[in-house]
Write a new protein. Sequence first.
Length: 454
Amino acid sequence: MQIIHAKQGLMPDGWHRDFEVAIGADGRIAQVGPQVSAPTQRVDLLLPAPVNLHSHAFQRAMAGLTEARGPDPRDSFWSWRRLMYQFLDQLTPENVQTIAALVYMEMLEAGYGAVAEFHYLHHDVGGVPYATLSEMSDRIIAAAIDTGIGLTLLPVMYQFGGCDLRPLQGGQRRFDNDPDRFLRLHGAAMVALTRGPADFTGGMAPHSLRAVDPNGLREMLEHAPTGPIHMHLAEQVAEVDEVLAHLGARPTEWLLANHAVDDRWCLIHCTQMTDIETDALAATGAVAGLCPLTESSLGDGIFNGTRYLGQGGRIGVGSDSNIQISLFEELKTLEYSQRLRDLSRAALATQDRSTGRVMFDAAVRGGAQAGGRDNGRIAPGAWADLIGLETDTQWLCNRDGDALLDSLIFAAGQPSLRDVWSAGRHVVKEGRHIRRDAIIYDFTKMMMQLETRV
Ligand code: ZN
C-alpha cells in the first residue's frame, strides 16, 4: 500500500492541511486521513490529476511545421488541415505508437492523470484496412500501457468529406468507415481495451456533423447505450455555415433539436455558439470540451466561458492538436481569452473562489465526466490520479490555498510537478517520467526519418 503524506491538498470540500492518502493495490484511493503505517511518500501540495479530455496524439509530430505562410492567400484552419492530411499519410502503426508514447509521457509530466483519445486514424494509406481492423487502436492502447496513463479510447466514425456527403480524399481515406465496418472496428477496440488495466475504458465518437450524416449518427448512438459520447461541434465559422446550409440549423441548434444531449456527451470546441446556444448547451449537463491552446493556434475563436459557466455549464480541457502539452497553459489561455474579449480581469472567478480555483475545479469534474472515469477527487473510492508538488520554490513558497493554484497557472511558467500517479501507478518521480529516456530516444529516432515538408 502506498501512503502519501500531504502538507496541503485540495479535496472536494476545499483545502485541507496535514493529511494522508492511502492508495490500494487496485489503484483506487482506499482512505483519506491518519494512517497507522508510515508514509511512503511526502509532498507539499497534493492535487487531483484531471483527464485530458481531447487528444489526437499523432498530430504532436507535426507541431512547429505549420507556422509558415503557404500558397493560400490567407492561412486558416482549413489550410492547416490540408497539411495535416499530407503529413499523416506517411505514418505507420509503429510511428503512431511511438508518437503516442511521447505524447502520453508529456501529458503525465504536465499533470494529466488520463487521456480521452479521439482516435480517427484507422487504416493504411489509401484507406486499406489493416489485417487486424483495430490495429491503430491497439497501438494507442499499447502506448497508454507503456506510459501508464489512464485511457478513455474513443474510436471515431468518419464517413464524408463534408455535409454534401462527398467521399473522403487523400490522407482522409485513412479515417473512412461505413457504419457497419465502424461498429466492427469499435467492438474489436473495446475488446483490446480489456487487455489493459482496469481503469481503461472506451466510448463513441462521431467526428462531427460535417463527417457523419444524420443517419450514421443515429445508427451509432443506437449502438452506444452507455458510456461517453464525444463529437466536434462548432469550431469554425465555415463549419457553422456548411451545417446551416445542409441541415437547416446551426450545429449546436441542430444537435440539441435532434438528439437527447445529456451528461454522457462531451462537445469539443464550442467556439462558435450564439448566446442562446450557449445557454441551451449549459442546461443539458454535457461537458464543453475546450482546447484553448489549439483553438488559439488554429484561429477558431473564443469560447463564451463567462456566460457558459454563469449558466452552470460544465467544462473540461484537452490538448487536441498537441501543439504544446501544458495543463496550466490551457487554463491560463482560457481565462486570458475572456479578459481580452471583455477588457476585464478575473473573468471566471466567483465571490468565494479565485480564477485558478474555479477553472481547476471545473477541469477535474468535467474531465472525469467526459472521460467516463471515476477520478478528479481526493476521496475514497476514486482512482488515485494525483499530482504532488513541492512548494519551496520561488513562486509558491509564500502562497496558500487558491493563491497556490493561481500562482501555478498564471505565474510559475513551467511549474515543477514532482510526482504524478495514474490509478495508483507512480509514473512521474522527481519531475521525470520513469521511462523518459527510452521514450525520447525512440521518438527522436523516428522523427529523424519522417518527411517534414508538409
Ligand atoms: Zn479535435
